[in-house]
Design a protein around this ligand. Sequence first.
Ligand SMILES: *[C@@H]1O[C@H](CO)[C@@H](O)[C@H](O)[C@H]1NC(C)=O
Ligand SMILES: *[C@@H]1O[C@H](CO)[C@@H](O)[C@H](O)[C@H]1NC(C)=O
Ligand SMILES: *[C@@H]1O[C@H](CO)[C@@H](O)[C@H](O)[C@H]1NC(C)=O
Ligand SMILES: *[C@@H]1O[C@H](CO)[C@@H](O)[C@H](O)[C@H]1NC(C)=O
Ligand SMILES: *[C@@H]1O[C@H](CO)[C@@H](O)[C@H](O)[C@H]1NC(C)=O
Ligand SMILES: *[C@@H]1O[C@H](CO)[C@@H](O)[C@H](O)[C@H]1NC(C)=O
Length: 673
Amino acid sequence: MLNRSRVTHHNMWQITTELPTKKIPILLQMEVKLPFLLVICLLTGITGTKYDEFTYNGFNGSELYLDGGAEITPNGLLRLTNSTKNQQGHAFHKVPLHLKNASDGNVLSFSTCFVCAVPPEYPDVASDGLALVLSPTRELPGSLTNEYLGLFNSTNNGNSSNHVLAIELDTILNMEFGDINNNHVGIDVNGLHSVDAAPASYFIGKTWKFKNLSLISGEPMQVWVDYSNLDRKLNVTISPISAPKPSRPLLSSFINLSSVILDTMYIGFSASTGPTLTSHYVLGWSFNINGQAAALNLSSLPSVPFKTHRRKLTPLIIWLSSGVAVLIAITACCIAYITRRKARDAEVFEEWELEHRTHRFSYKELFKATEGFREENLLGVGGFGKVYKGKLPTSKTEIAVKRISHDSKQGMREFVGEIASNSQLRHRNLVELLGYSRRKGELLLVYDFMSNGSLDKFLYDTNKPTTLSWSQRLKIIRGVASGLLYLHEEWEQIVVHRDIKASNVLLDGEMNGKLGDFGLSTLYDHGSDPQITHVVGTFGYIAPELTKTGRATTSTDVFAFGVFILEVVCGRRPIMQQESPDVHLVDWVWGSWRNGVILEVTDARLGGDYDVGEVELILKIGLLCSNPVCAARPTMRQVMQLLDGDLSLPEIPKDGMGIAVSSPNHAEELEES
Ligand SMILES: *[C@@H]1O[C@H](CO)[C@@H](O)[C@H](O)[C@H]1NC(C)=O
Ligand SMILES: *[C@@H]1O[C@H](CO)[C@@H](O)[C@H](O)[C@H]1NC(C)=O
Ligand SMILES: *[C@@H]1O[C@H](CO)[C@@H](O)[C@H](O)[C@H]1NC(C)=O
Ligand SMILES: *[C@@H]1O[C@H](CO)[C@@H](O)[C@H](O)[C@H]1NC(C)=O
Ligand SMILES: *[C@@H]1O[C@H](CO)[C@@H](O)[C@H](O)[C@H]1NC(C)=O
Ligand SMILES: *[C@@H]1O[C@H](CO)[C@@H](O)[C@H](O)[C@H]1NC(C)=O
């Protein structure tokens, strides 16, 4: 017991015991042991709280209680979730803490500091987050994965009987818990509705400003949590590992913890994943009661996988300075170059891939086609990765290649299955998937090249000399509607697109609109309960019920389609940021309709050169589709009929977004009216 009074854990099982090792040998040399033992006991009794201090620079030999997916990797990383979907993991310091002053019951000051890293499987797509937790138990029984961060479940979330304090690093935007964005730090007391939260950022003294920080960059970051019992203030500070502790905390909240903290508490971490694969790592951790937590030795922390390939070369080069060494270096470089080239071109091929008949390109072919993925050929950066332009060496066909990084076999298999089924989707208004290629760590999707790029450029890019004429816009709207109808009703399965927006509509040489990126969004929630998947989509296009239920349906697609067509007619983004406060395009068009001036919303660049009847029809269809009441929206088939004039437009009341519009079972009435 005694020699635990101050234990420092290093990477290599190295345990140093400071105060007792000095005293015990002296004590043994003396013949009179008993009085000294008493003195020691008294001393430790006085400094009793020191018992609760610990420092881990890497977790080998640590005293942690792990459950769920949590484990200590051989190099000493604490990995809370191991790239498994819908998983949670907890790691608690085994020894309970006494955070209350026994004589007056006040919560004592405490301080803790940790370094963590969250490398996501696909760039910019991570779930769900990581939290530092104070809890009365070492398990969190009944806790759920996904947005519950492994802390609570739907019944106990928010109960004051939880006695849980958590500092969340949340990488998902959950409307139901009032999250501010998908990259924030929050203080949670007994539930996931944060009492205080801020976008992840750190204060820079020089500029007197907070600088944004991405929690899911995969780079290690350091977090400090300090509670002071004098003013009952809880400070949370975060910064990249390369920066010193910022002089101002990110969050600073007055919180009365006395009803939250019980006599014995455990401290630890909790993390959960949702439908995407994300690992949550903790590299080091220190804790102290009534004093500052020890600074971590940043140079001795274990490193996070898939990072830092370069660093090791530099000392080597310094060593190899003699002529012979240079020669060796050259040879080594040659070998390295060849092996790297080999590795670059090495492809992964597995048996299950033979099941799918989708065309598989060789990596070399695509490498050549895109001239080695040159920056000049970069067409854009999407949610899933970079897109390059290319020309197939043999057939001279122009292609667009999307590079997506990955490192999980399991996810890959499902994904390729998805791709394979999508490649059978054929419609003139869908961007054609020509095939794919795969090598270690990377998936490449090959699409038909669309020479006119994405529609949003035409709508918003002020550098484009030409504006779209009304007939071009009408053609694009019809095209997208017919592509979407195919996905919803005409293929053998119902395919929900989930991310309809101007930037996902691509234009070919004849300005035909084609929907792209279909099917990719299902990547988010493969194998998970459709009830609890996350809202996927783009702000401004998300139907109201989607944020509540999280279920994407054909009807939520119709909503987004409605917003999209208003966008095309008005030439304005769905959230009109130039207005203040931000106005939703749908509300704005609705307002003009109510005031009887609906034509005023049309894009000024059209210069009034359009057919009034057509514009009115399209705007009204837009309003019908973007009706907040899901049952009142038409189906894509009805939209098509409205566009073709085969169905007459129902009356749209001016006094509110009524339900007097089409729903599938009203379709017949509509046809008669
Ligand atoms: C991750 O951990 C779970 C236990 O929670 C285990 O069943 C699974 O095999 C692990 N996966 C990997 C890839 O290590
Ligand atoms: C506990 O409370 C007593 C009475 O308020 C105070 O004198 C003492 O310093 C406190 N102890 C600690 C460790 O804060
Ligand atoms: C929620 O967790 C509590 C324990 O914290 C448990 O008693 C309860 O059964 C759980 N509820 C559900 C729905 O899992
Ligand atoms: C930082 O992030 C916040 C919230 O996501 C955003 O509003 C702000 O524009 C960002 N600032 C910069 C400089 O990128
Ligand atoms: C803190 O909360 C406890 C119990 O809820 C209460 O007795 C105490 O007065 C509160 N302290 C302050 C400073 O509000
Ligand atoms: C930090 O760790 C490095 C490498 O393990 C070691 O050389 C150095 O002495 C340590 N620094 C401190 C202050 O403990």
